[in-house]
Each structure stands twice: as structure tokens, then as C-alpha cells.
Design a protein around this ligand. Structure first.
Ligand code: CP
Length: 311
């Protein structure tokens, strides 16, 4: 066993070996997912609750599918229909669901640090499914798995992350994880969306051309309006699209075998034109979504192995 922790909170404190362990497990689960009988008994008898305090399509559904494919009892908790609307705290909510013998919580919350806070105060395992602008570790793992599948290697690749870096938990988790694997990272976006990003030690580009040229992978990010305080970070959506959006015309600057990725949801015509998003020669966005299930099965399985070893 390589992963000897109760929780998965972020990639910042993961080792290279732990990241590659999840990827190796995900490869096995992808093989299972492509078979006729997409079922393992690994988590039979275990209970997994998806506790989502923020909206989600890909992450919530893929965790639910993952838990069910591993034969766990998977329950979805939606905060907007829960007693949190009557004032119940996050900690009380988790403790109450833990009293029902829940083994693993998958938590998404708008507050940075929420997953670590809950993990420190429960015996159940916590998987961070996105906390504020802090981390989204399973997105980073599925991004790395998808790049490895398409490029056959990770070390020495150049990945450009373009858009709203400052408000993006995906960017943070990608950067922390990819740097450990020897991937060179370039960042580009509007100045207000690049504030403080020098702490990552990545190359910060001065133009879209510099970000695109020479990159093996372009990761386009959505503008995270839900994490902005109302002060516009750019003059208009039209200007954002013109200067920071990826179009077929700008793709002419790219390497021949460049790959385009996006964590979703896409704002078509803003950060990414449909002509690029739907171009199967370059866009691997739906491969990311497919791999999300296998990666989440890998994480659930690894945490369950650790829990079993502690009995
Ligand atoms: N990538 C991602 O986290 O998508 P959702 O918000 O739909 O889960």
C-alpha cells in the first residue's frame, strides 16, 4: 500500500509516488469500466456520502458512479435541500451523517479549507471535491492521467494553464501535482486573475502567443464568477474572449500535436470556441470526464484499503 492517509485533501502535500499510485490504480479501474461488467466488490458494505455545498455535474456524478461501481452504498446530500438551510453547521451535519456509520465523505464546499477542517474533526475519511479556490485534487489526478494516456510521458512536457488562475482550485491542484512530476507550467490570464500566482514558481506569460507556442497541452479555465466580489477583472466578456479565449485562429500558433483540455463547465465562445472544444483532433475534454470515474474509483479504493488496514 502506498497511500497511508485517512483523507485526500489536496495535491500540495502529496508525494510523486502517491500521485503515480492513484494513476496506476485508475488505469486498472478504466479497464474495468470498459468491460461488459463494470463492477467490483471492493467497497461492498461501505457507505459513501457525496456532501455537495456547491453546484456540480461532473464531480458529483462521477463520484456517485465510482462508489456504485465499487459496490458501496452511495448517498447524495444536497445542501440546498438540507437542514443546513435551517442553520445547522457543517461540522454538526457531518457528525450526524457519521453517526449513521458513513465511511467516506466526498465534500465540496465554497470555503477554502473546509475539507481539512472536517477531516481534522471526524474519524470518517474526507475526499476534497473542491474547497473554495484552494484545491480540487481529483481533477488534477484525472488531468494527469489523461495527459499521460495521450502523451505517453509526463516529465519534460510543457503545460499552459490559461484564464482565471487566481480563483481556480483546479489550477492550484494541477500546478502542485504537475510540478512534482517534472511538467513545466506556463500561466497566462488577465492581470487581475494572475495576482499572487508568482508564489507557484511557474513561468508567467506576457501574451496568449507566448502561452500557446511550444506548449504540449493547453488547459483553458472558466472565469470563476462565483468566487469574485463583483469588481470586474476585465472590461467585458467580448474583450476577454478576444485576448484570453482560445480560437481556431490562435490554434495556428500551437505545436502540431497540442492537446486542449478544460475541467468543465465550458463557457463556449468565452474562454474556448466551439470550433476548438469540439475538434476531436485536439480536444480531449470528454476523455477527462471519462477518466474522472476511474480516478475517483482509485481514490475511494485507496482510502478504503487504508481504513481496512487500521482495523
Ligand atoms: N470539473 C468540475 O469540477 O466540474 P463540476 O463543477 O461540474 O463538478
Amino acid at each position: 500500500m502506498v497511500y497511508k492517509r485517512k483523507d485526500l485533501i489536496g495535491t500540495k502535500d502529496l508525494s510523486k509516488e502517491e500521485i503515480l499510485y492513484f494513476i496506476e490504480l485508475a488505469k486498472e479501474f478504466k479497464t474495468l469500466n470498459n468491460s461488459d461488467f463494470k463492477k467490483s466488490s471492493a467497497l461492498h458494505g461501505k457507505t459513501v456520502i457525496n456532501a455537495f455545498y456547491e453546484n456540480s455535474t461532473r464531480t458529483r456524478i462521477s463520484f456517485e458512479i465510482a462508489a456504485k461501481r465499487l459496490a458501496a452504498d452511495a448517498i447524495n446530500f444536497t445542501a440546498s435541500q438540507s437542514s443546513s438551510k435551517k442553520g445547522e453547521t457543517l461540522q454538526d451535519t457531518i457528525h450526524n451523517m457519521e453517526a449513521m456509520k458513513t465511511d467516506i465523505f466526498v465534500l465540496r464546499h465554497s470555503c477554502s479549507g473546509a475539507a481539512q477542517f472536517v477531516a481534522n474533526n471526524t474519524d470518517a475519511s474526507i475526499i476534497n471535491a473542491g474547497d473554495g479556490l484552494n484545491e480540487h485534487p481529483t481533477q488534477a489526478l484525472l488531468d494527469i492521467f489523461t495527459i499521460l494516456e495521450h502523451k505517453g510521458k509526463l516529465e519534460g512536457l510543457t503545460v499552459a494553464i490559461i484564464g482565471d488562475i487566481f480563483h481556480s482550485r483546479v489550477a492550484r491542484s494541477d500546478i502542485w501535482a504537475m510540478q512534482k512530476l517534472g511538467i513545466n507550467i506556463k500561466l497566462f490570464g488577465p492581470p487581475m486573475m494572475l495576482s499572487n500566482v508568482e508564489v507557484f514558481g511557474c513561468h508567467i506569460c506576457k501574451s496568449m502567443q507566448e502561452a500557446i507556442e511550444g506548449s504540449d497541452v493547453l488547459i483553458m479555465l472558466r472565469i470563476q464568477l462565483e468566487r469574485q466580489d463583483g469588481t470586474p477583472a476585465f472590461p467585458s466578456v467580448r474583450e476577454y474572449s478576444k485576448f484570453f479565449g482560445l480560437t481556431s485562429a490562435k490554434m495556428k500558433l500551437a505545436n502540431k500535436n497540442v492537446l486542449v483540455m478544460h475541467p468543465g463547465p465550458i463557457n463556449r465562445g468565452v474562454e474556448l470556441d466551439s470550433s476548438v472544444a469540439d475538434d476531436k483532433n485536439v480536444s480531449i475534454i470528454l476523455h477527462q470526464v471519462e477518466n474522472g470515474v476511474a480516478v475517483r474509483m482509485a481514490v475511494l479504493h485507496a482510502l478504503n484499503l487504508y481504513r481496512n488496514s487500521r482495523k
